[in-house]
Write a new protein. Structure first.
Length: 182
């Protein structure tokens, strides 16, 4: 159910674009993201910072797209978001000497500090990769190609998250003592 909540704004955006145009799709994305945020808040009774930032960026870039009738704003929103996330994680790690991934997930995952450092570096690189690939598609391809990329490009985060899962699994600390041999 949670995956449906996570993906329904982009699916509705895609459908609205195919049925109408980028401006209708942008309005649908804005509404769907508000509904998504309300559902998440209703279930969790709180919002993570990333959810708040995503909502804010969708509403700001969506409004600019609609008011100015300029599709470039909605097309560049993912680039701004991904690059910002990469910069924040990098600045936290190397400037403020804080590992935000470890702070956010450390109570759920018991990993060595060196593993947290590698995971954070992987996320920083992933965010910059996603920012770059979105920028490339937004700049050099048609709006229809960009919308298709937004839907089918979800293979990148899925592959990355699955890869992270495998990497984390082999480094999880086992809290249970080894079973005695009889």
């Amino acid at each position: 159910m949670r995956i449906l909540i996570d993906f329904f704004p982009i699916i509705l955006f895609f459908v609205a674009f195919k049925m109408h145009d980028i401006y209708a799709a942008t309005a649908v994305l804005m509404g769907a993201t508000v509904v998504q945020t309300l559902i998440i808040y209703g279930v969790d009774r709180r919002l993570q910072t990333l959810q708040k930032v995503t909502l804010l960026l969708v509403l700001i870039f969506g409004a600019l797209t609609l008011v100015l009738q300029d599709e470039r704003f909605i097309k560049w929103k993912p680039t701004v978001m991904y690059a910002s996330l990469g910069v924040v994680l990098g600045a936290a790690l190397w400037v403020w000497k804080k590992n935000f991934l470890q702070i956010l997930l450390g109570s759920q995952l018991k990993l060595a500090d060196s593993i947290w450092g590698r995971l954070t570096l992987a996320w920083i690189l992933y965010f910059f990769f996603m920012a770059a690939i979105n920028a490339y598609v937004a700049a050099f391809f048609s709006t229809e190609a960009w919308v298709n990329f937004k839907l089918w490009g979800y293979i990148f985060p899925l592959m990355f998250i699955v890869g992270q899962g495998f990497y984390i699994a082999k480094h999880l600390k086992d809290d249970d003592p080894p079973a005695e041999k009889t």
